[in-house]
Design a protein around this ligand. Structure first.
Ligand SMILES: [Zn+2]
Length: 80
């Protein structure tokens, strides 16, 4: 029996990934792009950067629903 033609259960598409073999496409690190999101609702935050008179850069993140938040890096992003 040809191992390439073996039965594959239903699920996400599989990709050949070098020596790692076949893995689901959504687990391939090259397809994951983490962004800064709100830790409460996973919406992407709006970043504000400004410089103080002392020359120190500050950065804040704002969620449209939860206000100022400390963002988390996530590949799961709510689009609404
Ligand atoms: Zn939020």
């Amino acid at each position: 029996m040809n191992p390439i033609l073996t039965f594959q259960p239903l699920g996400p598409p599989l990709v050949l990934n070098g020596d790692a073999g076949f893995r689901p496409r959504y687990r391939d690190p090259s397809t994951l792009h983490p962004r800064d999101v709100c830790p409460h609702c996973r919406r992407e935050t709006l970043r504000h950067r400004f410089i103080t008179p002392d020359g120190i850069w500050l950065e804040t993140h704002h969620c449209s629903e939860h206000g100022d938040v400390v963002p988390m890096r996530s590949v799961i992003v709510r689009e609404d």
